[in-house]
Design a protein around this ligand. Structure first.
Ligand code: GRF
Length: 189
């Protein structure tokens, strides 16, 4: 059995898509062993609990450094021996030490066709730039911002009347296909 850990900070719709794919047997020989969040109130954690998955709400302590926060996270994470850590709307950057410890075993999903529009508000920036095609990217995490090797991308049209909300929804629908597909690809390679 391959062991996935999901990191999220909010809504958790990508987590749900991954968990559904695992339940349907679309990511064979795999289970989600835990969900971690830096936000104790993240809706994605409720969903994980509902599914009987172990959750770990580990907020960054006020005034604490990233290093201290990651030390706390790794005390719980490392013994789980994850084959893959899936960042799914996890709104924190990981340190180079963390990335080095799990190199090649951390995936992220981003709502643009990287290398275009890394960072926050990618959908809004794609609209402002007048893009006619956008999409999502699943990539390995390295030390940079949304810059690691790409596993796969899915594109969507940008329509003339799109606003940030309509474009984000169209991209999100593709994210929910892309993430399970990327995980399957990485775990089977
Ligand atoms: C998604 O748009 C993802 O691409 C980005 O954060 C959002 C998370 O959404 N990294 P959700 O929490 O999975 O619903």
């Amino acid at each position: 059995m391959k062991r996935i850990v999901v990191f999220l900070s909010g809504r958790g719709s990508n987590f749900r898509a991954i968990a559904d794919a695992v339940e349907r047997g679309e990511i064979p020989e795999t289970r989600i062993v835990a969900v971690f969040s830096d936000q104790a109130g993240a809706p994605g954690l409720l969903e994980a609990r509902r599914r009987g998955i172990d959750v770990h709400a580990l907020p960054r302590p006020p005034g604490g450094s990233r290093r201290e926060h990651e030390t706390v996270i790794r005390a719980t994470l490392d013994p789980l021996e994850p084959d893959l850590i899936c960042l799914a709307g996890y709104m924190r950057l990981l340190s180079s030490e963390f990335v080095a410890a799990y190199r090649g075993r951390i995936l992220n999903i981003h709502p643009s066709l990287l290398p275009k529009f890394p960072g926050l508000e990618a959908q809004r920036r794609a609209l402002e730039a007048g893009e006619v095609v956008s999409g999502c990217t699943v990539h390995f995490v390295d030390e940079g911002l949304d810059s690691g090797p790409i596993v796969l991308q899915r594109s969507v049209p940008v329509l003339p009347n799109d606003d940030e909300e309509t474009l984000s929804a169209r991209i999100l629908e593709q994210e929910h296909h892309a993430y399970p597909e990327a995980i399957r690809k990485v775990l089977s390679s």
